[in-house]
Each structure stands twice: as structure tokens, then as C-alpha cells.
Ligand binder design. Structure first.
Ligand code: M6R
Length: 613
């Protein structure tokens, strides 16, 4: 989704800003732009398409000296919401005087009424965006104090924003503020970098300040002064970033997605390390911040998330019920606050989000807190809004996930959910011996995933038989049903093949009507309870001409013989088996998308972190 970079310091700002935008490309965007201060004027360059187009445009249009002498600017990648991805709609936008420039993430919900008000005062707008309205409003309030003008304007807006504002009348500073859309300030040595995502800051410094909602900061090369919207100073700690620049590179792989799939033995190792207690047959998850007594008193677990995180939650639902005998349910985060969720202090709400910034999940977190539930998060991005707002939870430690298609976050989410369920289970039905056995199973997940990754070349060959189809159906039952849905999501988002995940038993209630000669059925038919029924469903598909690709357990010749093609996963506990099974589907989706020539890491229309509802 949209990305912000701002820079003030001693280096060549256009280059710093464009490099920062490159670091944000993974988030998904469709146009880009930059504004810099040059000899008392604001100079803007914007272009639809990639950052590389913007770079070429700026380098050919601007004199080389401008790159050398400009040390202050703001830049943006835009994921279109209000108006198509054209040059005129791209950020930065200017106020009426042309002396104030702004970049903005989020949505100003009351922009129409503000625009009418400003038009009545003679303002002329060039774009269809809500952002241009906000910068005009700032210009309208500016009486020689940019900070105060931004405060005054922000008091008028409804909606969400992360902004960076630059004025030719007040060089030497950038004003930045947030409400519902992240802003991180990197504190360097004689330079300060503002960004909506730590990836753009890494190359400069590891020392960062996370703004909270309704914080507004005056940033110079040497200082960061943070206040609230009533001009009262607030204190925000400087934190150390938990990632390094190398981790944000492709490391020799053709795509971030392939790299991240291959990283899973390590990312799972990091997610698990130090968190299994083999002596007690339990797990140690200090971030949950709960006593064993509080856990014993819980009545229900509610898992919320979107997309891949939602599907991880569905695996978690099985785990909490199977291991801990506790009622568990999954709710799609966007729906949560619109449906009167019945919650109380004995309900544990777990918000699952790789980015920790998903607007729907954040809104659900706020609703759950308001209703007095016991709320915690499962995030990957340290210091993200959801992690901070929940205040308790468990980080995945999966490392930066750059590819829009989530891979290693899913497997680590499942691993952590299994550890949470184990912890709850030990306070309920699990004996110490049961717990020890299950802890061993979790510990083994990196090796299980490694065995699937070893089949990469074979999976690439199998993919060739499925890459030319326009529809594909994934089936599974029990905990493999969410795996089927996640496999379908992976395939559709990166290959643009229409893919659906169905419960294996549900096919005959309707979807089977879609099968024609050769339709791909990807069946997760590992050796877990219910397998024989799934094999029966496969025969029903075969009888209607479908081509079957099975995910089967190593050594299960009966299941393998039912398939046209198969990929194996090692034998393990049915809940644990979701992890290697999904890795097989990730590799399948990757190779199909590659054969179809798709842009794997940045699929069309998608954003890595979805910060609008
Ligand atoms: O950052 P989150 O986990 O909250 O993101 C949720 C979804 O937007 C995300 O999982 C999305 O579905 C991915 N593109 C899936 O690959």
C-alpha cells in the first residue's frame, strides 16, 4: 500500500528518497512521486508506474547540481484509492500557493465537504485525491507557522493519515503526523529519515521513534520534537530496529517470495527458539503476560485476522480445541466490529497480523479492547501499531517478509499458535508427557519444512502440468481445510489463476458442478484422520475428469496411487502437518506463477500491508 519517505540531512536528498521508495516497492503501489526543496522553491516530479520510471524522469529533467545541493525532501508510492494512478493523482500534492507539499497515507473521509468549503474560498484542485484537499487546508491555515497550520488542519479531518509536509517558507524542517497509519522516524547522525515502514530507514540508522496516533513531530536534521495535536509535548522512546539491511535483500534468489519460502526452516527456528519447555511439556511465551491461573479461567479464544493471517487463525482454532479443550472461533477482522461480538474478560482475543498494520485487524483490536476482552497480538513487525496497541502478545521473529504473498509469516503464525495452544492445553487436558511429545513435534518443524523444500525441482516440474489452466480447486478437511484455502489464496494472488479452497466434503454440495475434463484438483490428503474420506472425494473428482495433484504423507503408497501427481510431506502430528503441507503449496504457486511470467513479488492490485478498511 502507499509508502512515505522523508529526508532532511546532509546527503543528496533525491537519491536518498528514491532509494527509500525502492525499499517500499514490495508494499504494492501504482505511481510514485518526489518533492524537494531547491533554492527556496519546491520542485516536484511524479509518474505513474514504477519508481524506476520516476527515477529516470527526475534524472533527465533535473540538473545534476540539484541532486548535489538538495538535502531536504519527501517522496511517496501511491496505491490508488481516490482516482486512478495518473501523474496528477500521484503524491506529493501542493497547496494553493505551491509552496507547501505533502505526502499522505490513509483516507480523509470528509474530504468532499472540506473540498466544497475550500472551493468556495477560491481554491482550485487538480487531482481527484483526498490528499490534495488536506494540503490545501494546511495552506489555508498557514499564517507563518507550519506546525500550527498542520495541527489546525488535522483537527478538521475525519479518517486516517500518516503525513509528511514540507514548506518552502520554512526550510530546514519537515512536519510529520499520524492517526491510524504508521510513521517511523529514523534518528541518524546529522540526518533524520521519516518513513511509513522501517525498510526505508534501515540503510541509514537502526535508531527509530514510532509515532503514536495523534502525534505530530517537527523534524530537523538534528532534532525530533513531538507534540500532540494540542501542542503539548509528548515523549516517545528511541527503539532499536530488529532487522538488518541484508535481510531486506533477495540473497541470490530470483524473487523475494522464493527466498522467503527457503528461509522457513530458519524463520521457524527463530519463532520457536527458547519457547519450548521440554521439562514441563509446555511453552514459555512471556509476551502473553498471563498467569497459568488466568489461562485456566479463560472461557473462549477468538482469533481475528485477514487473508493469510485469517487462515493461520483457522488452523489455530483446531489447535485450541484439540489441545486445550477450549472453545475457539475465528472471525474475519473486517466484520468484527460491525456484528456486536459478545466478549468479556474471560475471552482471549488473539489478533493475527504479519504487518501489524492491517486496518481491519486494528479496528477489531480496538473493538475487543473496548468490550473488555483479554486482547493480545501475534505480529511479525516489531513495534507495529497492533503490537503496540495490544501491549501483550508474541512476536513471530520470522524476519522481514518483503514479498506481497505471505509465506514464512503463515508457517510461523501456525507454529506460535501451536505453542499457545500447548500452553493452554497443559493447564487443562494435556499431561506432561503429552506436552513433551507435542513440544518435540513443534521443535521438528524446521526439519519437516526442509524436506519439502528439497523437492523444489520436482515441484517445478509438476507445476508445468498445471500452469496453463484458468481454474484450480484446493480441497482438504480438518486442519487441512484452512491449508487448502491458503494454497488457493497463494495461487490466485500471484498467478491470477482463479483458485478456490473447499472443504473436501463440500465439493459434492455444489462446486463439483465446475469440474470438466482436466480441471486441476489439489488435494491435501496427508495421513491424518479423515484421509480415507478425502480419498473418496478425490475419486468423485476423478470420475468427472479432474486431474489430481495430491499432498500426501511420505510412504503412504495408497494415497500416492490415487493421484496423477503428488508431493510428499513427512509423517507428523496432524496439526503440525499443516506447516510442511502449506510449504508444498507455496512452492507450487510460485512455480506456476513463474511459468506464467507473472510479477511474483508485486502482484497486480495488491498491497503488502492493507491500511485502509
Ligand atoms: O499483515 P497482515 O497479516 O495483517 O495481512 C493480512 C492480509 O492482507 C495478508 O495476509 C494478505 O492476504 C497476503 N497478501 C496473503 O499472501
Amino acid at each position: 500500500m502507499c509508502g512515505i519517505v522523508g529526508y532532511i540531512g546532509k546527503a543528496d536528498a533525491p537519491t536518498v528518497l528514491i532509494n527509500g521508495l525502492r525499499r517500499l516497492e514490495y508494499r504494492g503501489y501504482d505511481s510514485a512521486g518526489i518533492a524537494i526543496l531547491d533554492e527556496g522553491r519546491i520542485v516536484v516530479s511524479k509518474a505513474p508506474g514504477k519508481v524506476s520510471v520516476l527515477n529516470e524522469q527526475a534524472r533527465s529533467a533535473w540538473p545534476a547540481a540539484r541532486f548535489d545541493r538538495c538535502t531536504t525532501g519527501i517522496a511517496h508510492t501511491r496505491w490508488a484509492t481516490h482516482g486512478p494512478p495518473t501523474e496528477v493523482n500521484a503524491h506529493p500534492h501542493l497547496d494553493q500557493s505551491g509552496e507547501i507539499a505533502m505526502v499522505h497515507n490513509g483516507i480523509i473521509e470528509n474530504y468532499r465537504s472540506l473540498r466544497v468549503r475550500l472551493e468556495a474560498k477560491g481554491h482550485q484542485f487538480h487531482s481527484e485525491t483526498d490528499t490534495e484537499v488536506l494540503v490545501h487546508l494546511i495552506g489555508e491555515y498557514d499564517r507563518g507557522d507550519l506546525f500550527q497550520a498542520v495541527c489546525d488542519a488535522l483537527h478538521q479531518v475525519e479518517g486516517t493519515f500518516g503525513i509528511a509536509v514540507l514548506s518552502a517558507r520554512e526550510p530546514g524542517k519537515i512536519i510529520t503526523a499520524r492517526r491510524g497509519s504508521p510513521i517511523i522516524i529514523g534518528v541518524g547522525d546529522g540526518e533524520t529519515i521519516i518513513a511509513s515502514d522501517a525498510a526505508a530507514i534501515l540503510a541509514h540508522t537502526q535508531r527509530v521513534i514510532y509515532l503514536d496516533d495523534n502525534d505530530i513531530a517537527v523534524v530537523t536534521a538534528e532534532s525530533v520534537d513531538i507534540r500532540d495535536l494540542h501542542n503539548i509535548p509528548v515523549t516517545r522512546e528511541i527503539a532499536e530496529l530488529d532487522m538488518d539491511a541484508a535481510a531486506a535483500g533477495k540473497g541470490g534468489f530470483d524473487h523475494f517470495m522464493l527466498k522467503e519460502i527457503h528461509e522457513q526452516p530458519d524463520s521457524l527456528g527463530n519463532a520457536i527458539r527458547g519457547r519450548l519447555d521440554f521439562n514441563q511439556g509446555s511453552s514459555v511465551l512471556a509476551g502473553m503476560g498471563t498467569s497459568q491461573r488466568e489461562l485456566a479461567e479463560l472461557r473462549r479464544v477468538v482469533l481475528i485476522g485477514c487473508g493469510t493471517s485469517l487462515y493461520a487463525g483457522l488452523v489455530g482454532e483446531f489447535a485450541f480445541e484439540d489441545l486445550a479443550d477450549i472453545h475457539a472461533e475465528v472471525q474475519q477482522a473486517a466484520e468484527f466490529r460491525y456484528r456486536n461480538p459478545i466478549l468479556g474478560s474471560r475471552d482471549l482475543v488473539i489478533a493475527i497480523s504479519q504487518s501489524g498494520e492491517t486496518a481491519d485487524t486494528l479496528a477489531a483490536v480496538r473493538e475487543a479492547k473496548q468490550k473488555g476482552a483479554f486482547v493480545m497480538s501475534l505480529c511479525n513487525v516489531v513495534g507495529s501499531t497492533i503490537a503496540r496497541e495490544t501491549g501483550r502478545g508474541v512476536y513471530l521473529h520470522a524476519g522481514p517478509e518483503i514479498s506481497v504473498a505471505s509465506t514464512k509469516a503463515f508457517t510461523c503464525q501456525v507454529a506460535v499458535l501451536l505453542m499457545m495452544a500447548l500452553k493452554l492445553g497443559r493447564g487443562r487436558r494435556f499431561s506432561r508427557d503429552d506436552g513433551m511429545r507435542f513440544a518435540k513435534e513443534i521443535e521438528n518443524t524446521p526439519a519437516l519444512v526442509g524436506r519439502v523444500i528439497q523437492q523444489n525441482a520436482r515441484i517445478a516440474e509438476i507445476a508445468a502440468a498445471y500452469a496453463h489452466h484458468e481454474h484450480a480447486f484446493f480441497i482438504g478437511r480438518g486442519p487441512m481445510y484452512p491449508v487448502a484455502m491458503e494454497g488457493a489464496l497463494k495461487l490466485k494472488e500471484i498467478s491470477y489463476i482463479h483458485a478456490e479452497g473447499f472443504h473436501a466434503a463440500e465439493l459434492k454440495h455444489g462446486p463439483i458442478a465446475l469440474l470438466v475434463q482436466g480441471t486441476p484438483i489439489i488435494a491435501i490428503a496427508c495421513d491424518i484422520p479423515g484421509k480415507s474420506k478425502t480419498l473418496g472425494n478425490i475419486e468423485e473428482c476423478r470420475a468427472r475428469g479432474a486431474r489430481i495433484l495430491g499432498i500426501v504423507t511420505e510412504g503412504d503408497d495408497e494415497a500416492a496411487a490415487s493421484m496423477d501427481d503428488f508431493i510428499t510431506i513427512p509423517r507428523c502430528h496432524p496439526l503440525v502437518a499443516t506447516i510442511p503441507a502449506v510449504v508444498a503449496l507455496q512452492l507450487l504457486a510460485y512455480h506456476i506463477a513463474r511459468l506464467r511470467g507473472c510479477e511474483i513479488d508485486q502482484p497486480r492490485n495488491l498491497a503488502k500491508s492493507v491500511t485502509v478498511e
